[in-house]
Ligand binder design. Sequence first.
Ligand code: SAH
Ligand code: SF4
Length: 369
Amino acid sequence: MTQVNLLDLGIEELKKFLSSLDEPPYRAQQIIQWIHQRGVTDFDLMTNLSKSLRVKLAAHSTIEFPAISLERASQDGTYKWLLRLPDGNSIETVFIPERDRGTLCVSSQVGCGLNCSFCSTGKEGFNRNLSLGEIIGQVWIAARQLEKYGNAKVTNVVMMGMGEPLLNYDPVIGAMALMLDDLAYGLSKYRVTLSTSGVIPAMEKLKTDSPVALAVSLHAPTNELRNELVPLNKRYPLEQLMPVCKNFFPVGSKRVVTFEYVMLAGINDSEAQARQLVRILTFPCKVNLIPFNPFPNTQYTRSDDATIERFRQILLAAGINAWTRKTRGGDIDGACGQLAGEFKDKTGRNERWLKTGRLVPKSINSRRG
Ligand code: SAH
Ligand code: SF4
């Protein structure tokens, strides 16, 4: 029997694994508690397990994490970890403390294949999906590191690191279940958010598979512009995406979808575009305006604060709950959309890009209003 990495198993799979060792299912709960709640990974220290089970576990399983290859702390209390995976790829995880909460931004893939024009991860290309253990391992590592430093705690998780979580469906769902599980991280379903660029079939499935909060990366009020910023829009255009968002949470649940909208100077930030946005947001929702975070070689620039505020006021005046996201961790390249990791692109996109020196289609750069 090959050794199983217990970190890769959700609770049901762990029960199955234990039954293959002739052990009762309740042992799964004890093991989950040891690993995730107490941070114990040495079977000998799991004292409520029988000696014979500990011997079996040591023979047939391991508990393996990505290794921390770099930890950077920002002046504002933000941490960024570069994590090295066994195959040599690296991913990034960021922790952002605020007055009343601590948010961990978790990656779901090595790179991203969706190639949004304003996103550093997307521009680097795609390598592979993360395993369940590599996703929940980010939470485990952050929790342990923060425990060591003693002044902050993970209270929220956003699946907003590298990758499109809905294109790595099962491991992401399994990892989020552990985030919510009282025996593991015990986070509230309101405090775990999945962010997607709009993979409609997977959004439909998510409705019944996980109770977490949903954020949708909109970034443009028309198909024409969104096709260029978020190429996935060509496959799942606004007239299909918006009804799915409208019906995502059951009527009367009071929960609403959050729309993310990156503010790119001269591209999607005009007053006319704010009014166009109002016209497509015909149902209760929330809007998060994200000031663009630059990265090397991008041709975009961030909208200035006054423009962002004007845009926001138009949404507010139309009764839309709109916020501007504070940018944090910029001094360690840990802000939204700046995560790059270290990996070999399998799409060849990065190479093409560096050759042409052009990161976005020319047409975008000349567009206004
Ligand atoms: N793939 C998912 C989740 C990861 S990206 C998605 O696209 O939703 C998380 C958020 O960061 C998305 O809203 C994304 O559009 C935004 N983002 C990407 N690049 C950015 C940048 N350079 N500046 C600001 N936000 C960015
Ligand atoms: Fe992928 Fe999200 Fe970046 Fe688009 S914004 S390339 S979907 S990680």
